[in-house]
Design a protein. Structure first.
Length: 570
């Protein structure tokens, strides 16, 4: 956990004059290739799956850059999100059958920086239109005429190198259909509503569902407590990342290129015990310091009652790769026997006490199979020695998702279903699902309890809407949490990590009321700043603070305010 500020400097990619000139040429060409008459409004949309309601069906995205999201959307319940990376500009394409020597109009709604929409293979002059910056949904429009021998064209969306993800929705190509004797196929109809939804199985952190096929469906959307959580092509799905002993409501819809059906009747599913032990649905995590740095020195028995998870900071690296150990700081005057007894007493009260690995100065490295084995074995030994309920991963000097995943799964096999696993990544670690921390969280989603990202010591960062937000605001907390919530983690696996006092971190401390407003915005849709998520996440796990000791020195202001608010979430 950080004790000193570090500001991340972001560099804006500069577009070359050659790119600007090329874009201007494309726009000029599109203008010169204009039509004598625009496509008739009554003509059908020739694009397949234009609103991405059936996932990426009909579309191909380069380098795996594309995915569907439920927020933000322009219409329906889904949209395309495509992320440029390296030398890839996140191009998503679809080939459409057309008629020769005919006029077409292409439109689409986009959001993001440097988003392009165009058509290639027209047989005349290929066209493209673009926007340099669309902070909200903006419609792009262009038109073309096909050549005398052209029977298909390729629709193309793409972003630009070094830029954030872009979004697209409701793509439309209008003009004569591919059959020369038919001006277009009949307007397709949305599929029927699926029936027969039932719970087919449960585990400690998942519910399996099945339903009957729906006429006209090419895919299905699964909703949990009103929020879309999966898009599948078959008639079954397993929803993971659920909290133990918690009931959830599930519905499904059918989708095809024409749209989405009404939602099915609801069924209730409940995860079994384990997969996080007795951690409540809404929980407060606090770090307990095994050292004296000016904050109040506490025993485990003296930790404030508002905390549900107490993370003992920190286990230390040994001379063996991946291995960790823990020793009470003698300066605290805390005997090992009393320490263990205090842990057992807090657990009897329903608290979870875990060992945290890492911290600002931690040097634990799990980057090989032997290191993964050593990590799991030594953590398991510490859990048995002290009675810890699990582990917190707070590695701020690098993490290898492949080997950390192996290590945590090995630990889970040893510890059983009651294992508590938390993480405390820095903001930069959760900006993209391609980052090692985010990949690790998704890899162990079925056994992960919560990710309490540190919303401090980071400076300004991107939110899920592609905008930059400064730390210290409600928008910073909600827009960055949205990345995790829309990137694959369950709401129950997302918490907000903040310092308990201004002395707890170099920067980023906010008042407890700001934390509570962010929790309300995410869980209830109230008390938001300028950013308001497209949906609410009532299953949000809660909040974390560094540390219980700094909280005590500050008169318990953080836990007295945030604790009851977390426990009162819907």
């Amino acid at each position: 956990m950080d004790h000193s500020p570090s500001r991340l400097r972001r560099r804006r990619t500069k577009l070359t004059s050659a790119f600007a000139a090329g874009t201007a040429a494309l726009l000029l060409t599109a203008g010169l290739g204009g039509l004598s008459g625009s496509a008739q409004a009554a003509e059908p949309n020739l694009a397949d799956n234009p609103g991405f309601e059936a996932g990426l069906g009909g579309w191909t995205c380069s380098a795996g850059s594309g995915a569907t999201v439920s927020s933000p959307v322009h219409g329906g319940s889904a949209a395309l999100k495509a992320t440029p990376a390296g030398s890839d500009n996140a191009a998503c394409t679809q080939t459409v059958t057309v008629q020769p020597d005919s006029a077409y109009e292409l439109t689409g709604w986009v959001q993001g920086s440097y988003v392009h929409l165009g058509a290639t293979g027209t047989g005349t002059t290929d066209v493209s239109t673009w926007t340099p910056s669309a902070s909200s949904w903006q419609q792009l429009r262009t038109s073309f005429r096909t050549g005398p021998d052209t029977t298909s064209v390729t629709l193309r969306l793409h972003g630009w190198y070094g830029q954030p993800a872009y979004y697209a929705d409701d793509i439309s190509l209008t003009g004569p259909g591919g059959d020369p004797g038919d001006p277009g196929d009949p307007e397709p109809e949305a599929p029927a509503t699926p029936g027969g939804l039932a719970v087919s199985g449960t585990t400690s952190s998942s519910v399996s569902l099945s339903w009957n096929p729906a006429d006209g469906a090419t895919g299905y959307n699964v909703y949990r407590d009103g929020a879309k959580v999966q898009a599948v092509t078959g008639t079954s799905a397993t929803v993971t990342g659920l909290s133990a002993d918690t009931s959830y409501s599930f519905r499904v819809t059918a989708v095809n290129g024409a749209g989405e059906s009404a939602r099915s009747a609801a069924v209730t599913g409940k995860g079994g015990s384990g997969g996080g032990g007795g951690v409540p649905a809404h929980a407060v995590t606090g770090y307990w310091q095994n050292f004296d740095n000016g904050a109040t020195v506490q025993t485990i028995a003296e930790v404030q009652d508002a905390y549900d998870i107490i993370a003992v900071a920190f286990a230390d690296a040994t001379g063996t790769p991946g291995a960790v150990d823990f020793t009470l700081d003698p300066a605290l005057g805390y005997s090992e026997a009393t320490f263990k007894a205090d842990i057992a007493a807090r657990q009897a009260e329903g608290k979870s006490v875990i060992i945290s690995v890492g911290g600002e100065r931690g040097a634990v490295a799990v980057n090989s199979d032997p290191a993964a084995t050593n990590f799991a074995n030594t953590l398991s030994a510490l859990m048995q020695e002290y009675g810890f309920d699990g582990v917190d991963i707070d590695l701020e000097n690098g993490l290898n998702s492949t080997y950390m995943t192996k290590a945590l799964r090995s630990l889970a096999a040893k510890a059983g279903s009651g294992l508590v696993i938390t993480m405390a990544p820095q903001t930069i670690d959760m900006q993209s699902t391609s980052n090692e921390y985010f990949k690790t969280a998704l890899n162990i989603k079925d056994i992960l309890t919560v990710v309490n990202m540190q919303y401090y010591n980071s400076g300004s960062m991107l939110g899920c809407d592609g905008k930059v937000y400064s730390q210290g605001s409600v928008d910073f907390l909600t827009a960055l949490a949205c990345i995790q919530l829309e990137g694959g983690l369950a709401p129950s696996q997302v918490g907000l990590g903040l310092p308990a006092s201004p002395r707890g971190a170099g920067s980023g401390h906010v008042s407890p009321s700001t934390v509570n407003n962010a929790l309300d915005c995410l869980a209830r849709g109230t008390n938001c700043g300028t950013f308001k998520p497209a949906k609410t996440y009532p299953g949000l796990r809660g909040a974390m603070t560094w540390s219980t000791n700094w909280d005590a020195l500050n008169g318990n202001a953080w836990s007295n305010a945030v604790g009851p608010h977390v426990h009162g979430l819907p």
